[in-house]
Ligand binder design. Structure first.
Ligand code: IMP
Ligand code: MG
Length: 174
């Protein structure tokens, strides 16, 4: 069952605020937005249109092991960016910060490329789930430890196209 958590209007309003904040913080500079496929696609496309700076996009893909293999705690880069990042203002754009494994891995990876600055924009943040200390610089909404879908977020690849963000109440998709 899908239980509405954040409506499209609430999301749009918050994304506009984050875009305005980024525009202010990097006033007179350019930014490179790096989206983490696939979940961050919708957030990136809406956020980018709320940023009135010189901006470019790039995308990466990672694989992380599921709960069954969590002891490995490993994240692998499957697709890298093609943009040179040295001296650039890089903003990693992610759908949700959960354990923090993905973004702490990516932060380390991209810091090594000597960007001028490196920030994290995450639409959602499940703070109570964190196992690795990493914080978002731009966070849309802090949410409880519930499994959510919609607006890019999936369950077994489904529900990414829901306009609202919903809690998936049981594991059986309808
Ligand atoms: P982390 O490395 O544990 O922070 O994992 C972040 C990734 O886990 C996100 O990019 C999502 O793909 C996935 N994820 C975590 N929580 C949820 C959720 O509630 N719904 C859908 N995907 C989630
Ligand atoms: Mg993801």
């Amino acid at each position: 069952m899908l239980k509405p958590l954040l409506t499209r209007d609430q999301i749009a309003a918050r994304v506009a605020e984050i875009g305005a904040q980024i525009t202010l913080d990097f006033s007179g500079q350019s930014v490179v937005l790096i989206g983490v496929l696939k979940g961050a696609c919708l957030f990136l496309s809406d956020l980018a249109r709320q940023i009135t700076l010189d901006a470019t996009f790039d995308f990466i893909a990672v694989s992380s092991y599921g709960a069954a293999r969590q002891s490995a705690g490993e994240v692998q880069l499957i697709k890298d960016v093609t943009t040179p990042l040295q001296n650039q203002n890089v903003i990693l754009v992610e759908d949700i910060l959960d354990t923090g494994l993905t973004l702490s891995f990516l932060k380390k990876l991209f810091a090594a490329r000597q960007p001028r600055s490196l920030k994290i924009a995450a639409l959602l943040d499940k703070t109570s789930r964190r196992t690795v200390p990493v914080e978002g610089d731009y966070v849309g909404f802090k949410i409880a430890d519930e499994f959510v879908v919609g607006y890019g977020l999936d369950y077994a690849e489904r529900y990414r196209n829901l306009a609202d963000i919903c809690v998936l109440v049981n594991d059986t998709p309808k």
